[in-house]
Design a protein around this ligand. Structure first.
Ligand SMILES: Nc1nc2c(ncn2[C@@H]2O[C@H](COP(=O)(O)OP(=O)(O)OP(=O)(O)O)[C@@H](O)[C@H]2O)c(=O)[nH]1
Ligand SMILES: [Mg+2]
Length: 394
């Protein structure tokens, strides 16, 4: 493990010493269990540079304390979330260099400073992960945030990363952004920092193109978030650049007037919703149904092409494409089935009804048989005592 011994001055941190932001905490309908110490203002009042005492990887939410300033790093896979954490802390943190998604669970590490301040940076998986379904990814993220809230702790800020080198907003970044907005909820937007990554360390010929792209992003994709307002920052891949961005989070955390809760935390903890029933879950459900629709269209078109071609190579290529596509569609359908609460509930209700009906039927049949036996017994008795029987006997 390696760690940097000095940090750039965190000039904005002094506003955190103002306990005003703690005074207007809204009361929750069902307050989570919280430690008393959480109501102490965080001791962030120094304007000097900070000395890092240690950088420690955490094994779970239970290791978090009310003294921790928790900052989550989110965004699509490969946008540089782990790299950001690595550069900020100079800690050996796993960064992915292949085409596969790398971070598949929520992982956190704590940077402790000399005067008792500790910052926890949280690495998260992105949606469209190559190893996990989106539902699984959402569950993993939701679980972590839920546990934090149940412990009475709060997320001081979230960095949402986007690659400035992406020349357009593709399906994956768009999906990530939409789900991310639902996970956080509008009330949380002021505590978000939208971070564009992959900027060159210093200005070069790409700078103008990237700046233009950033303007476009702000206008077309981030307008609703920025309005609240959220910050937009550039990460230039260096330690100093990472700390300039983290300062923004501290500034917001220090000046906020009320406690901010992520929408998904509130939905799960306060309203006892399952992940698929949260706003993010519903959004994902809609996206998956749309995807299945598109996949089915494509399957039909490929089948059509297959019926029109007689070339064996083309047939082979189409057939393998079809196989892949059908497998992908089945995976999404499986997730939809797992998410659909009404379907599961309907099945349970139907089973209950069937059980009730069959036991009613069994009772009815038993009663009928009993009645039949009685009537038959009566009949036999009458026949046995019938006068004509006595006459023929004599
Ligand atoms: N040039 C440049 N490369 C970067 C930057 N950030 C990340 N990378 C590279 O992008 C690749 C992916 O980076 P990661 O940090 O693993 O991305 P991630 O968002 O954590 O990805 P997942 O864990 O898969 O979600 C790695 O090869 C990094 O070295 C950056 O700011 N500049
Ligand atoms: Mg990662």
């Amino acid at each position: 493990m390696s760690s940097n011994k000095t940090m750039p001055p965190l000039k904005a941190i002094k506003s955190m010493s103002d306990p005003q932001w703690l005074k207007n905490l809204p009361r929750l309908s069902k307050p989570p269990r919280r430690a008393n110490t959480d109501l102490q203002p965080k001791k962030l009042s120094r304007e000097m540079g900070y000395e890092v005492l240690s950088v420690v990887e955490l094994t779970g939410v239970q290791q978090l304390t009310p003294e921790d300033i928790i900052v989550a790093v989110m965004g699509p896979t490969g946008t540089g979330k782990s790299t950001f954490i690595q550069r900020a802390t100079n800690h050996s943190w796993t960064v992915g260099h292949s085409l596969q998604s790398h971070t598949s669970t929520v992982e956190a590490l704590r940077v402790s400073f000399n005067d008792g301040i500790s910052l926890v940076l949280v690495d998260t998986p992105g949606f469209d992960d190559t190893n996990k379904s989106d539902l699984e990814t959402l569950k993993v993220i939701a679980k972590w945030f839920e546990q934090v809230y149940r412990r009475g702790l709060e997320i001081s800020g979230i960095l949402y990363l986007h690659r400035i080198t992406d020349d357009r907003m593709g399906r994956t970044p768009r999906k990530n952004l939409e789900l991310f907005k639902k996970v956080c909820g509008e009330d949380y937007f002021p505590l978000m920092v939208l971070v564009t990554t992959m900027w060159p360390e210093s200005s070069n010929e790409d700078e103008a193109v990237f700046s233009e792209r950033e303007t476009q992003l702000k206008k077309d994709c981030w307008e609703d978030i920025i309005r609240h307002p959220a910050q937009v920052q550039r990460f230039r891949g260096t330690h100093t650049s990472a700390w300039n961005i983290l300062e923004e989070v501290f500034t917001f955390a220090g000046t906020r007037q009320q406690r901010k809760i992520l929408e998904i935390q509130q939905e799960i903890v306060d309203f006892s919703k399952r992940v698929p029933d949260t706003s993010a879950g519903q959004q994902l459900h809609g996206m998956m149904e749309e995807l299945v629709g598109k996949q089915s269209d494509l399957v039909r078109r490929l089948q059509d092409q297959l019926s029109k071609t007689s070339d064996p190579d083309t047939q082979h290529a189409i057939m393998s494409g079809l196989k892949n596509l059908k497998q992908q569609r089945e995976k999404v359908r499986k997730d939809i089935r797992r998410m659909d609460p009404s379907l599961a509930e309907r099945m349970r209700r139907m089973n209950r009804l069937l059980d009730e009906r069959s036991s009613q039927l069994r009772r009815h049949t038993r009663n009928q048989l009993h009645a039949l036996r009685q009537r038959f017994g009566e009949f036999v008795r009458r026949v046995a005592q019938a006068p004509w029987r006595n006459r023929s006997a004599s």
